[in-house]
Design a protein around this ligand. Structure first.
Ligand SMILES: [Zn+2]
Length: 308
């Protein structure tokens, strides 16, 4: 097939080489070379697919390693999310309720601080697990930020509540065992001196002259003076709208402006002012209005150890 072909030329009566056939032979050769090349390339590609190069094998292994790592991170993030959910629910259902704070709206909780972050993408991450982990991380971070704000609010409110509870009048100003008589007569009554029917703004606790009188809550002495019908009297401003007054004292041992603690000795029972016998006239005011002190005597002075 690769030999030179001759054809008989009738015009010149000679045999002449058949160049056309030569061209055909060249074409055949070209075709064979092409097929050989395609086969070689195909074989090479096939082998390459079956047996990747060392670099490719290394990259592939690194890649699957990264996927494993990020799957692990995702699992860890899920565990942290559950821990955060526990804190969020303890916050809403216990701490905020106890302290009279509104629970945080569920939608606000879902979005966290800084609004919706679910659209945030970690650009350049070819591995989907990285994107997923990054989104999850951003979301947790923003929810944690919100929870942190909530706990700060709770700490402030708890401190304020503690001060308020410590300040408001909450005990009997005279020890129970020292009382000889207790008149829970707050409101309208016949006045013991004037004999007419008038409003009694406090409670009378009868005890011997000289019996110690104690402050019923933390506060600042607003008055320690002789005040007309009250006689020698001490007024304590407890803040948060509360005031307590102690009247007919024989003596007071505090001065205006003194800071005092609940249970602190402020004076002694007496019979000064408009009074018929030694007793303590005790008043509690809330926002400058008299209230029945009986509602502010949760604790007897004997239980003082439990208070502070
Ligand atoms: Zn009285």
């Amino acid at each position: 097939m690769f030999g030179v072909y001759y054809t008989y030329n009738q015009d010149s009566c000679t045999y002449q080489p058949d160049f056309y056939s030569k061209r055909r032979a060249a074409g055949v050769i070209f075709l064979l070379v092409l097929i050989a090349m395609i086969s070689a390339t195909g074989t090479w590609l096939l082998l390459r697919g079956l047996y990747p190069t060392a670099d490719e094998a290394r990259l592939e292994s690194e890649n699957s390693n990264q996927r494993r790592i990020f799957s692990g991170i995702l699992e860890e993030l899920n565990r942290q999310e559950n821990a955060l959910k526990y804190l969020e629910s303890a916050d809403d259902q216990h701490y905020r309720v106890v302290l009279n704070l509104e629970p945080i709206d569920q939608e606000i909780r879902r979005l966290g601080v800084g609004g919706n972050t679910t659209t945030t993408n970690f650009s350049g991450a070819a591995i989907p697990e990285i994107n997923e982990a990054y989104k999850h991380f951003r979301h947790l971070k923003s929810r944690l930020g919100l929870e942190q704000q909530s706990y700060q609010e709770i700490i402030l409110k708890a401190a304020e509540t503690e001060t308020m509870l410590q300040s408001r009048p909450a005990m009997q100003p005279i020890e129970e065992r020292m009382l000889t008589q207790f008149h829970p007569a707050f409101g309208m009554r016949v006045h013991p001196v004037f004999g007419d029917y008038r409003f009694h703004h406090g409670l009378d606790l009868t005890a011997e002259s000289g019996t110690p009188v104690y402050a019923t809550g933390d506060g600042i002495i607003g008055t320690a003076d002789f005040r007309g019908g009250y006689g020698k009297a001490v007024f304590i401003d407890h803040g948060f709208g509360f005031e307590s007054r102690y009247a007919h004292l024989s003596k007071y041992i505090v001065s205006k402006g003194d800071h005092i603690k609940r249970g602190q000795l402020i004076g002694y029972v007496g019979n000064t002012g408009i009074s018929t016998a030694p007793h303590l006239h005790y008043e509690v005011l809330f926002h400058e209005k008299w209230v029945n002190p009986i509602h502010f005597m949760y604790r007897n002075i004997g239980q003082q150890a439990l208070i502070n």
